[in-house]
Design a protein around this ligand. Structure first.
Ligand SMILES: Nc1ncnc2c1ncn2[C@@H]1O[C@H](COP(=O)(O)OP(=O)(O)O)[C@@H](O)[C@H]1O
Ligand SMILES: [Mg+2]
Length: 228
């Protein structure tokens, strides 16, 4: 049991992409604290740095400088395998593009994080079926992604995100590829998970989606503004 109330604590995080002769400052001096149980939205125009910030929060990319403490662990100093371990344990990801394995069934997709975590075959399959059933997909357990609607596929990714029972759910434009009804369902699910105690960081460029979070922060040219 961790004693810290801060799931995310970033101090002076900067990200500079250095490709050939061009330097792009994607994030400048980001200070971000997210408390346990919070539900925050990060908005901003295309190119403002949303995905870069999401990748750093999610341990998918390293900052150029600054300090990042995730659930009590200073991840700035971790090696790649330790980062992968933390990522799989602490964070559930929900992406705009679903990122499901096309030739695998819903159940097979959902159990993946548990395979990496070393959970036994019977236990992880039962958990996957339970999560998919809670998300209303009990009739689609053995379907492949192309046999499901976009909304159903996004619910499979939410089940996958919950597989290792992470404290933090990171959602990058989760409604971006969905019709309005399916997008509403995803937002209802995220709000319900937040009520159950999950911390949610939602990245979106849609203001009516962001407005459903408890707090909204804006990125503008790599700077976080309108902090509460
Ligand atoms: N891999 C990369 N190499 C170089 N520049 C990048 C890379 N990824 C993003 N950028 C640049 O960093 C800035 C922020 O991009 P991004 O985080 O994708 O913004 P958003 O998700 O808000 O659209 C943009 O100027 C973008 O062109
Ligand atoms: Mg983006």
């Amino acid at each position: 049991m961790k004693t810290t109330d801060d799931i995310i604590k970033m101090v002076d995080i900067t990200k500079i992409y250095d490709s050939l002769d061009v330097k792009t400052v994607a994030l400048s001096d980001i200070d971000l604290v997210v408390k346990r149980g919070d539900f925050i939205a990060i908005t901003g125009r295309s190119g403002s740095g949303k995905s870069t910030l999401m990748h750093i929060i999610g341990l998918l990319d390293n900052p150029t400088s600054g300090k990042y403490v995730l659930n009590g662990t200073d991840v700035s100093k971790l090696a790649e395998d330790e980062l992968a371990f933390q990522r799989n344990k602490e964070i559930g990801f929900v992406f705009q593009q679903f990122n499901l394995l096309p030739r695998s069934t819903a159940v097979e997709n959902v159990i993946l994080p548990a395979i990496y975590a070393g959970v036994g075959s019977k236990e992880r399959t039962e958990k996957a079926v339970e999560l998919l059933t809670e998300l209303g997909l009990e009739d689609h357990l053995n379907k492949k992604p192309n046999q499901m609607s976009g909304g159903q596929q996004q619910r499979v990714t939410i089940a996958r995100a919950l597989m290792n029972d992470p404290e933090l759910i990171l959602a990058d434009e989760p409604t971006g590829n969905l019709d309005i009804k399916s997008g509403d369902d995803v937002m209802k699910t995220l709000k319900a998970l937040n009520k159950e105690g999950k911390t949610i960081v939602l990245i979106t460029h849609e203001h009516d989606i962001a407005a459903q979070a408890k707090k909204i922060w804006h990125l503008e040219d790599g700077r976080l503004i309108n902090k509460p």
